[in-house]
Write a protein that binds this ligand. Structure first.
Ligand code: SF4
Ligand code: SF4
Length: 444
């Protein structure tokens, strides 16, 4: 077991009966999936968390078994009789013994919650699972049940969730701070103009910047490069500025039902714009808006990741790179862009279109890309684990001999930087937008 959570468990240790996990929010298909696990153990070989913390209890098959054991015991009709005190004390004891009914304690459920949250929802287990279990949605759905019964999210993750609800961003920053990066970048001559307000232009393209690139000063380069790239390409676009709000991904991944309100508000706001396309450089925002929002409400526009947008321009012969970028790079597929959305070819096609650039793949790439550990609430809940996961990825990247590690997500950027720092690695972290800017502008 890892770090602070162990202490948290110990200090709040309780053998009292656990609160009942409500099953009313569990989708029917999840019940079928829970039953489909054959305990084959294939997920064991691939889980990036298990690589760093080899406890059987965090593995998909064990989490499924533990969840079933808890809910079977709590939801059994016999247990209902016992709990409703319809039987005398002695009879209750015997009913439990004869039917081997376990009383589920607070400690057991808390430990299960801890194991459930020690997962970056990277989706690797889903890719390798021979029973084709949709594990990511399963974990997120079970996390929802844990939140509604008061067992989730974990204590260190609560600030993140509270910040999204109070400030519309996960970084506990004021709403007005959302445009600070642009004002500062303009002052420093890193961008020529402030991004136009989409509601004051006739632009059909909305650039959705996402919270990480605008609030984290170490990551703002992604916002700067994306804006400069669109300017150089002559794209008529606009942004929402202070009115952009967190997409809610972090709440969804941690099982917080407040996500639905955020998604619904965002859908209304985005649908009210006269845009045809939403473009984002954040893989988390991309996956959430493109795949998860339609479960909440219909979108009136298409959603593209920047790499797809660039790829489309290349295909339409509207974009050609003239400036060679003489570098050896390796590419890290973000979980939300790659495994979750199937966008593997487009970033590679953009890389291939840049003259001079040499791509060396890591052994684990594409659908088998090793997660950096930043997502799913792991960075907030288990920072040491995330650090080790990032280091494992950086070691793989170093073995390719590449000078730069390139990705297409501000969250991965931040997550992988942790590994680069911990290992004092000579690798330079880059976002795809930086490569593109380098191939468009001389002297970058
Ligand atoms: S790979 Fe799938 S079927 Fe096999 S143990 Fe893991 S979750 Fe169960
Ligand atoms: S989603 Fe990723 S981290 Fe979570 S159990 Fe599956 S492989 Fe492990």
């Amino acid at each position: 077991m890892t770090e602070t959570n162990t202490n948290e468990m110990a200090s709040e240790s309780s053998t009292l009966p656990a609160r009942t996990i409500p099953l009313d929010r569990l989708e029917m298909r999840r019940l079928v999936q829970l039953d489909a696990c054959t305990r084959c153990g294939e997920c064991l070989k691939w889980c990036p968390v298990y690589d760093q913390d080899s406890r059987e209890n965090i593995l998909p098959r064990q989490k499924i078994l533990d969840f079933l054991r808890i809910v079977r015991s709590q939801q059994s009709i016999l247990n209902t009789i016992i709990e409703n005190k319809l039987a005398p004390e002695l009879a209750k004891k015997w009913i439990r013994k004869i039917f081997r009914l376990q009383e589920i304690s607070e400690d057991e459920v808390r430990l299960f919650a801890l194991n459930l949250y020690e997962c970056s929802t990277c989706g690797q287990c889903q890719v390798v699972c021979p029973a084709n279990i949709d594990t990511v949605n399963l974990w997120e759905n079970i996390r929802e049940l844990m939140v509604s019964s008061g067992y989730g999210p974990l204590e260190p993750q609560k600030a993140l969730a509270k910040s999204v609800k109070s400030y519309d961003n996960p970084w506990q920053q004021p709403r007005q701070g959302r445009v600070k990066w642009a004002r500062r970048a303009k002052k420093e001559n890193l961008i020529s103009d402030l991004p136009p307000d989409v509601r004051k232009t006739s632009a059909k393209i909305l650039l959705f910047l996402g919270c990480t690139a605008v609030y984290d000063s170490n990551i703002r380069q992604i916002a700067i490069d994306t804006v400069n790239m669109l300017k150089i390409l002559g794209i008529d676009y606009g942004c929402l500025g202070e009115n952009e709000k967190c997409c809610g991904s972090v709440l969804l991944r941690m099982g917080d039902p407040e996500y639905e309100r955020i998604a619904s508000d965002n859908i209304k706001l985005l649908n009210s714009l006269s845009i045809e396309t939403l473009v984002t450089s954040c893989s988390g925002c991309f996956k959430t808006i493109k795949q998860d929002y339609p479960q909440v409400g219909k979108l009136k526009f298409e959603v593209l990741h920047t790499v797809e947008f660039l790829h489309r321009l290349i295909e339409q012969r509207k974009l050609k790179f003239d400036v060679p970028v003489e570098k050896v790079i390796t590419y890290h597929d973000p979980c939300h862009l790659g495994r979750a959305s199937g966008v593997f070819d487009e970033p590679r096609a953009v890389i291939r279109a840049i003259p001079g650039l040499e791509l060396v793949e890591m052994p684990r790439h594409g659908p088998y890309s090793r997660c950096c550990g930043a997502g799913g609430g792991v960075k907030a809940g288990f920072p040491d684990l995330q650090n080790r996961m990032a280091q494992a990825r950086i070691k793989e990247a170093e073995q390719t001999g590449a000078q730069e590690l390139v990705s297409a997500c501000p969250f991965c950027y931040a997550g992988l930087q942790v590994g680069i720092g911990a290992l004092n690695s000579p690798l330079v972290m880059r976002d795809m937008t930086h490569l593109v800017i380098s191939a468009l502008k001389k002297g970058e």
